[in-house]
Design a binder for this molecule. Sequence first.
Ligand SMILES: NC(=O)c1ccc[n+]([C@@H]2O[C@H](COP(=O)([O-])OP(=O)(O)OC[C@H]3O[C@@H](n4cnc5c(N)ncnc54)[C@H](O)[C@@H]3O)[C@@H](O)[C@H]2O)c1
Ligand SMILES: [Zn+2]
Length: 368
Amino acid sequence: MQADNQASTKHIQVGLAERSYPIYIGQQLLPQLAALLPSLPQQICIITNATVAEHYLATVQAALPAECTVIVHYLEDGEHAKSLTSYGAVMDALIDASFNRDCAILALGGGVVGDLAGFVAATYQRGVDFYQIPTTLLAQVDSSVGGKTAINHPGGKNLIGAFYQPKAVVISIDCLNTLTPRDFACGVAEVIKYGIIHDAAFFAWLEQNQASLAARAPAALVHAISRACEIKAEMVAADEREQGVRALLNLGHTFGHAIEAECYEDWRHGEAVAAGTVIAAHFMQQANELSGADYQRIEQLLQAFELPVRAPLLAESRWQQRMQRDKKVQAGQLRLVLPTRIGHAELRKVSDWPAVWAAIAALSETSQ
Ligand SMILES: NC(=O)c1ccc[n+]([C@@H]2O[C@H](COP(=O)([O-])OP(=O)(O)OC[C@H]3O[C@@H](n4cnc5c(N)ncnc54)[C@H](O)[C@@H]3O)[C@@H](O)[C@H]2O)c1
Ligand SMILES: [Zn+2]
């Protein structure tokens, strides 16, 4: 076997005092779950969906200690599963099975499963143990780490939720082999984000290792996921409740959320973030705060992973309305995460809407 096809297991610690927890990243970790999670309780509820279960549920079940009582709860596949209705159905299942306060919730799936399962864990009997086994690249580098859990309300995404940290995160990169190219690319958009906001050397590594990452070579995956998780762990440890540095993880997201909300049937989160990141970079280049060379490197790296770098055509008023609903807006003022160079970004108040609109308009589809 080539060196590129082997990767050793990494252990990253999220430092949150008594709520600190490990992230394990490696190959074939699902069969090793019992050893990685030695304090699993007697009652375990696995939350997953049929798409993920088909590939990985049997391995997870076989890896759990034989004496445990294990129930499996299936969500529907898709963002609509993050609903009050499916939340209620999991609660019913836990109560029907007489699960007590010592049970554990195990999330096996992408961000949808992880977000709902985390909120279930945060609230069942005022909080029970929670373990993340993320199976999409986006969940592995972003949603499974940091303790943001939520479900959606008809009035908006993630409106009901809690900060609730898992006890451990187990990232088995083999799970990515069954992921669609589109879902894989969406995860890469978030990986690239970490390079832009915090780590120029990592960004350069991504440029140099594009081909092996795109081919999902194990060593490249373990490195990319580990570095992303290290950066996220550092920011979460410094600012668990997103009052400062953690907000930088929202690079491209204010623009991206507007695209997602307007075009939810055609655009995935990672794709919208990619286009949003290019708009943020263009805005800074126009203000002479980001070099043209850095702007081009950002655009080219996203494009290399076949991510969109142009926004859909939407009316200015739609953009403005959607962006005003961003969680970072304070007293009606936009606050945007803006890169000043590859490896550094800042959260800035922005009052010059015409300049923001100029960046959006310059990068909307018809202007290509
Ligand atoms: N909590 C956070 O901090 C945070 C951060 C970012 C995103 N999110 C949330 O994450 C969600 C998006 O997550 P996502 O992109 O993982 O979407 P997802 O969970 O819908 O997964 C995408 C698709 O891949 C399938 N899938 C999952 N694992 C697979 C595998 N190994 N092989 C084949 N198919 C697989 C899923 O069934 C689904 O169809 C959104 O709801 C978003 O709000 C949360
Ligand atoms: Zn994101």
